[in-house]
Ligand binder design. Sequence first.
Ligand code: NAD
Ligand code: NAI
Ligand code: ISE
Length: 344
Amino acid sequence: MTLGFGVVGTGAIGREHIKRITKTLTGADIVAVTDVNQELAEKTIGDLDLNANVYEDDSALLQDDNVQAVLVTSWGPAHESTVLKAIEAGKFVFVEKPLATTAEGCMRIVEAEQKHGKRLVQVGFMRRYDNGYRQMKQAIENNFIGEPLMVRCAHRNPEVGERYTLDMAILDTLIHEIDTLHWLVGDDYKSIQVTYPKKTSKALEHLRDPQIVTLETKSGIIIHAEIFVNCQFGYDIQCEVIGEEGIVKLPEVPTLEYRKDGVLGSGILQDWQNRFNDAFNNEFQDFIDSVRHKGEPQGPSSWDGYIAAVTGDAGVKAQKSEKVEPIELPDRPEFYQQKKSEEI
Ligand code: NAD
Ligand code: NAI
Ligand code: ISE
């Protein structure tokens, strides 16, 4: 059986994911699409040469029996409503981050999924599928560096446009570190603080950029994360975990090394699409295979989406107060405990 996807939101990343599902991956196809911009949905069918129905909205798309899984790539504020409708219809869901824009919204999804009785939802936190991060996690779990004590990381984008607001530094950008780092060190967050270094002249009036975020975990690991979204030079993701006996560092992504005009150099990638292309492919292939062969997705769950939202809310509070803000999370429900062998 090929998994039939219905796509809600045929914008930038929706189209990227459609291309990877139809051209690169195996076991799935696109059978339906919708977008609030109907012209764009129609155009997507033609541009990407799809044999799929175009629906006027997500409710109509969900009624198509050929839609077994829904790919939610609309903008963040629209995610919750579509995910809840999909759970109600008993369909699998792959939803881009954020799961919902509020912690309450994420909790409504968590509750609906538990009521349904089995996992249906996976959230698009693709870094867990990046080979570099996976090697780091394996090394930490194998006790290669002893107990982790500190983490230093950076999330740099070359530039952002006018629509990028201050809170997006946490909710749209740092959200990836928020998800990845507690998974990487196997600990839960306790608090978050934001401080602002000297502002770059390259940032627009309404922004403060760069920002330094300090997260502390329950066992006392201190994480220093730099967010710098107008760094000019490229898309640059750094991460290093310092342990009692050594350090593991996220490998640089190899690019062409050159010798020219007296310089020995190599390029820096410019966007997240290129940097995480393999991770995106891995996460989708895992979602497709798990749903088809195990009857449930295994990647980042609604509970992980909820953790990110609670931490993100505390982060936005910390941006305003510039104080240490607590992160209060209930224990992970039994429903979302994964068997060690299935952990992503
Ligand atoms: P986009 O604006 O290019 O595309 C969103 C599309 O969704 C638009 O075409 C819009 O018309 C449509 N849309 C919005 N609400 C809708 C609704 N209710 N029903 C149907 N269509 C709707 O945005 P994008 O850059 O493609 O981002 C989409 C999502 O992907 C966001 O949630 C974003 O956070 C996420 N994203 C994730 C990553 C990542 O690294 N994982 C990177 C970029 C974007
Ligand atoms: P986009 O703006 O290019 O596309 C969003 C699309 O959704 C638009 O076409 C819009 O018309 C449509 N849309 C909005 N509301 C809708 C609704 N209610 N019903 C149907 N369609 C609707 O945005 P982009 O960049 O593609 O981002 C989409 C999502 O992907 C966001 O949630 C974003 O956070 C996430 N994203 C994730 C990334 C990652 O690294 N995992 C990277 C970039 C984006
Ligand atoms: C974008 O939405 C992403 O998810 C990218 O991975 C991130 O680097 C960027 O800052 C976000 O805007």
